[in-house]
Design a protein around this ligand. Structure first.
Ligand code: CDP
Length: 202
């Protein structure tokens, strides 16, 4: 079974997806980490993201490895966030990542989070959730996570949101049949409970 959780940055996807996977004994897939790995590798090698994407061996577990090297922390910098958002708009990058994501999701039980899981990667997912929240609230959460300034995070987030929503390939949008959950005024526990209920009902 596949549970698809999509939505913009800071809506709570990662925390919710991890908790739901833990509660149900499913495996968690962080598709955004894959775009971050591609962006980091391209920056380091001075190459186009579309060139490096098909050649990387990405291991997603407790730690994130690229060709055997631990990049768990290196992919979370603001520089990589911006580069990942740009790399994710490139068709060659998406083709390589979506292929790998479909291969992973073809067997077993998964909670997969991203921007296009319910629309493109796994349109047949049994449960689809689109998490949203007020932009200021999303920036506040992300700033707390990073120990950064909320107004800087809000400005950077707006640029990436805009790019994700308006790109030609796989723009961010709620999938057909997705349950839209606005998490602005909900606690993490409430959101997790809602999603777990949806999975049990399916
Ligand atoms: O949560 P945050 O926006 O910081 O990023 P993320 O989920 O780690 O994803 C990094 C970038 O990859 C995002 O800015 C998206 O543009 C892109 N992405 C995507 O295009 N498709 C996905 N399935 C997941 C992420």
């Amino acid at each position: 079974m596949v549970v698809a959780i999509d939505g913009p940055a800071g809506a709570g996807k990662s925390t919710v997806a991890r908790a739901v996977a833990g509660a149900l004994g499913f495996t968690y897939l962080d598709s955004g980490a894959m775009y971050r790995v591609v962006a980091l590798a391209a920056l380091e090698r001075g190459l186009e993201p579309g060139e490096v994407a098909p050649r990387l061996r990405i291991d997603l577990g407790e730690r994130i490895l690229v060709d055997g090297r631990d990049v768990t922390d290196a992919i979370r910098t603001p520089e990589v966030s911006e580069a990942a958002s740009q790399a994710a708009a490139e068709p060659l990058v998406r083709e390589a990542m979506v292929g790998e994501q479909r291969r992973l999701l073809s067997e077993g039980d998964w909670v997969a989070e991203g921007r296009d899981i319910g629309t493109v990667v796994a349109p047949g997912a049994e449960v689809k959730v689109f998490l949203t929240a007020d932009p200021a609230e999303r920036a506040k959460r992300r700033a707390a996570e990073l120990g950064a300034d909320p107004s800087t995070v809000l400005a950077e987030q707006a640029i990436r949101d805009e790019r994700d929503r308006n790109r030609a390939h796989s723009p961010l949008e709620a999938a057909d049949g997705a349950v839209v959950l606005d998490t602005t005024d909900l606690t993490l526990e409430q959101v997790v409970e809602r999603v777990v209920d949806l999975v049990r009902a399916a």
